[in-house]
Design a protein around this ligand. Sequence first.
Ligand code: AMP
Ligand code: MG
Length: 349
Amino acid sequence: MSGKIKSLTLIFFSCFLLYGCSESSSTKIKENKTDPAVRDVFAMDTFMSLKAYGSDAEKAVDDAEKRIYELENELSATLEESDIWKLDNSDGKAVDVCDDTITLIKKAMEIGDKTGGALDITVYPVLREWGFTTGEYKIPEQGRIDELLANVDYRNITVKDNSVALPENAQIDLGALAKGYTGDEIMKIMESHGVTSAIVSLGGNVQSLGSKTDGSPWKVAVRDPFLEDKDMCVVDIINKAVITSGNYERFFYGEDGKKYWHIIDPSDGYPADNGIVSVTVIGDNGLECDALSTAFFVLGYDKTVEYLRSNPQYDVIMVTDDKKIYYTSGIGDSFQNISDMPAEVISVD
Ligand code: AMP
Ligand code: MG
């Protein structure tokens, strides 16, 4: 089992166990006429687990699984014939794409604008040069980074109705936000089947529908970025997405002994190193939380707090490279620190 798969498996089990444990089987029998429908899926390079309650929950998870594969086939940068693959091999020509792809590209451009370009889906060729798409890691030559950065600018993407055109040497990938959107789409399917209580974990990103069946909140563990396979805190959520970007997800050590990770700062083509090692965004909309988690990682602490001042609908948990946890007051009551790191409330007013 590769290191990455092993660590993903463990993240997945640690998340699942936490909310699994807090539900005793006697409670389940008393409060649920039916057991949950559960489903494990491997897609988008990620272990996913779905759990839903309700009389039609089995059908809901069936349909959700189909939708996950459909989205993967549309949005993957590496699967030939996906919309993104077609765009990345279009030599500057316009390509007709499906509604999901349009939604994601438009949202990526919007969040790119709102974060001063911290989120830039055209950073893909730089990410590839570092080897993050294949695992053949290397520190690229500065000249090569400069050459590739010349084509990084999401503002040059043209979207008209269902047609998208990239400049000739530009390529994109939606890895920063596709899983959040997938979670939202899963929840829509759950709702259409009358499910009112569900939780999904998409590689450590957790999204919930409603509360647990006894009305209490879901307990979601967030990984400690400094300790392999350990959680650092637990938050209680109802009907929310909890989406994390961390420097432990995909990384390598260079010959210089430094750690390099998969979130690239579009301003210099290097792994974003602005003092944050993990950022979790909690909110109603998984797509936005996912796009923002990646953008905040690039922005660093001060600019993230600035963003939250004008967008107070999100809560965040940030871990800085000097081993401190900061979290917003909106989750104050439900935040439980289970790490050795000090945790402090961020004041956004
Ligand atoms: P996440 O785990 O949601 O933070 O997404 C990380 C993924 O987003 C990476 O694996 C890349 O595919 C992509 N990515 C990395 N840096 C950026 C960036 N600055 N803007 C947009 N996408 C990025
Ligand atoms: Mg993200």
